[in-house]
Write a protein that binds this ligand. Structure first.
Ligand SMILES: NC(=O)c1ccc[n+]([C@@H]2O[C@H](COP(=O)([O-])OP(=O)(O)OC[C@H]3O[C@@H](n4cnc5c(N)ncnc54)[C@H](OP(=O)(O)O)[C@@H]3O)[C@@H](O)[C@H]2O)c1
Length: 333
């Protein structure tokens, strides 16, 4: 496991040659994504960042962009408005970015929230959090794959819960948790984490030139636990207010540490050999080969190949997960 000093020393080496020159951040209007954008811009490198977010975040994004571009005049941040819980919107925004950029070096996906509260669906019939944390992320990946493949050292990072996969963690008979009584916060969070790894493991195997990471952010005090559709007078709301919030405040890493760790995930050659040179132990992916596997990365930037879990997932769940993804995403591909 790299120490924080090693992580920061690696990040200090980021320059025009090693920085992701063109990146797409979906979910960086706040939270871990925004902390990562801040850390990337602070390197002083020449970068173009597509900041994809919903209309309600536009004013916040404008202030953020002004601040970051003043701090690093070689950074260009392109506000790209889209309601990314909707697959049609993801398709539109990917077409827009692809029409402007022949290559994309980094795709960073971090939209979503802890799915506490009622099951709420998008106009396209998907549970909102599942769409943000899984289907829309996978659609971003599949639509931007040509531009990623064209880059020299392309990387995709999905920030959710890498490391928390279990062998039977996917309800393959109800992948979208639509059956009555089959949706709960705990089940949904576990399902979406496991779906991320099952699907990205397959895309990574099919695209060995691209480095794929499913990262865990650890505890970061972003207000994420308040975003679900929770009745403010419910027991759960009080539990969050009285217990979970103070606990997160106590245990959370600082914003700066989170940003540096994710920037390391974005740039270090520890993951797949391309990027800022890394002389420590190389990361191990789910195939335990240099490329073609998914890097499952803890909040401390260590890799977990999940060598007992992933073969079972690959055999028992992945074909059904992939078939369902084709059904859902097919119209948008
Ligand atoms: N923070 C933690 O401690 C922690 C721990 C474990 C896992 N995670 C997971 O890691 C990921 C990143 O976490 P975070 O703390 O960075 O999250 P966050 O700050 O709460 O939100 C990240 C992004 O999701 C967007 N978003 C939320 N709800 C949306 C909706 N209904 N429609 C469209 N966009 C929406 C936000 O947009 P706006 O800015 O417009 O609101 C923001 O850009 C999430 O999936 C989270 O569940 C976080």
């Amino acid at each position: 496991m790299p120490s924080q000093a090693e992580i920061e020393a690696s990040n200090a080496l980021i320059n025009d040659a090693t920085a992701p020159r063109v990146s797409v951040f979906a979910g960086a209007t706040s939270g871990v994504g925004q902390l990562t954008v801040r850390a990337l811009v602070a390197t002083g490198a020449s970068v173009r960042i597509y900041l994809v977010g919903r209309r309600s975040a536009a004013a916040r994004a404008a202030a953020l962009i002004a601040e970051l571009e003043a701090a690093n005049p070689r950074a260009e941040i392109v506000w790209t408005e889209a309601e990314i819980s909707l697959l049609a919107e993801v398709r539109r925004v990917c077409e827009l970015i692809s029409s402007k950029e022949p290559r994309v070096d980094l795709l960073f996906l971090s939209a979503g929230y802890a799915p506490f509260g009622r099951r709420t669906e998008t106009a396209e019939g998907l549970e909102v959090c599942q769409s943000l944390e899984y289907y829309s992320r996978l659609l971003f990946v599949l639509r931007l794959l040509p531009a990623l493949r064209a880059a020299e050292a392309p990387r995709v990072i999905s920030v959710l819960g890498g490391g928390f996969e279990t062998a039977n963690g996917i309800d393959v008979d109800d992948i979208d948790l639509q059956r009555p009584g089959n949706f709960s916060a705990v089940k949904a969070q576990s399902q979406y984490v496991n779906l991320n790894s099952a699907a990205l493991d397959k895309v990574a195997a099919d695209n060995p030139h691209v480095t794929f990471i499913h990262a865990s952010p650890g505890w970061v005090n972003t207000g994420n636990v308040h975003r679900g559709d929770v009745d403010p007078n419910s027991l759960w709301a009080w539990f969050v207010y009285l217990f979970l919030n103070p606990l997160i405040r106590l245990l959370a890493m600082s914003d700066e540490v989170s940003g540096q760790r994710q920037l390391f995930n974005c740039t270090s050659a520890k993951f797949g050999g391309k990027g800022v040179p890394w002389t420590g132990k190389p990361g191990i992916n789910t195939l335990q080969k240099e490329s073609g596997g998914l890097f499952i990365v803890s909040h401390r930037c260590e890799t977990w190949p999940k060598e007992t879990v992933m073969p079972v997932v690959r055999e028992k769940a992945q074909p059904k997960v992939w078939a369902r993804a084709q059904e859902v995403l097919g119209p948008y591909l």
